[in-house]
Design a protein around this ligand. Structure first.
Ligand SMILES: Cc1ncc(C[n+]2csc(CCOP(=O)(O)OP(=O)(O)O)c2C)c(N)n1
Ligand SMILES: [Mg+2]
Length: 250
């Protein structure tokens, strides 16, 4: 019988600091470099957007760098991600070529989607980034399908599925988590919780304090990375957090 887990695993400050000490300096340097790359890339992208040079619209993830880098740092190179409309950080953390990415923003043939997808639809299949969608919550059922395929192929790869707090109000979020949990699929759900959907604070659209109880209600173990601890807090993800739901409070 599956036991419904209601208590969150919160990373304490001391365990987070211990991880900082345990991680090799080269790994920490890699993580810091990736976070800086994301920040500088997005600042440049915003500059180009303001000047009217970027095709379509664009959503920056400034301030959310640690969640992307910390979670992806736990993966093997052949593991997979599927993300959402605010996905520059995930894409860069997964190792996307920045020149090809910028070419996509500028509508060039040399971009990841030959300039047709723009900021919200970057996929880098060779790099294990299976793409994003502008449909809020749209990537979550797709992630469940991909995870089912991994399970059917007896693969030991895992998939990280990113979405925002607003996406957890969508019906497909609930259906997907129920199926993933029931079938024990190799997917880690990661909520990039910036507390807002458009300009609406989550307290106005959810009568709960912690989004993670939604995952708990489907029998999925929860792991919460507290503010500013998400980078170090995520470092054990691959080994022990498969099939977990993570709530990033950034
Ligand atoms: C199905 C759907 N409904 C509404 C929208 C319009 N929309 C675009 S972004 C957004 C807010 C999403 O909030 P959240 O999931 O928290 O992500 P965030 O933008 O905060 O990263 C909405 C409602 C959409 N793109 N798709
Ligand atoms: Mg949000």
């Amino acid at each position: 019988m599956t036991v419904l887990k209601t208590k969150d695993d919160e990373i304490s400050v001391s365990s987070s600091e211990r991880l900082l000490e345990e991680l090799p300096r080269e790994r920490l340097a890699w993580m810091l470099q990736r976070m800086c790359e994301i920040r500088y890339f997005e600042e440049k992208a915003e500059d180009l957007y303001i000047r009217g040079l970027v095709h379509g619209t664009m959503h920056l993830s400034i301030g959310q760098e640690a969640g992307s880098v910390g979670s992806i740092a736990t993966l093997r190179p052949d593991d997979l991600i599927i993300h959402h409309h605010r996905g520059h950080g995930h894409t860069i953390a997964k190792g996307a070529d920045l020149t090809i990415m910028m070419a996509e923003f500028l509508g060039r043939e040399t971009g990841f989607c030959r300039g047709r997808g723009g900021s919200m639809h970057i996929a880098d299949i060779a790099g294990g980034n299976l793409g994003a969608t502008g449909v809020v919550g749209g990537g979550i059922p797709t992630a469940v399908g991909i995870a089912l395929a991994l399970q059917m192929h007896r693969s030991d790869q895992i998939l990280l599925s990113y979405f925002g707090d607003g996406a957890t109000n969508e019906g497909e979020f609930h259906e997907s988590l129920n199926m993933a949990s029931t079938w024990k699929l190799p997917v880690v759900f990661i909520c990039d919780n910036n507390q807002y959907g458009m300009s609406m604070h989550m307290s106005k659209v959810m009568n709960i304090e912690k989004i993670s109880i939604r995952a708990a209600s489907y029998g999925i173990p929860i792991f919460i990375a507290p503010p500013k601890k998400s980078m170090t807090g995520n470092t054990n993800a691959r080994s022990n957090a498969s099939r977990k739901f993570w709530l990033m409070r950034l």
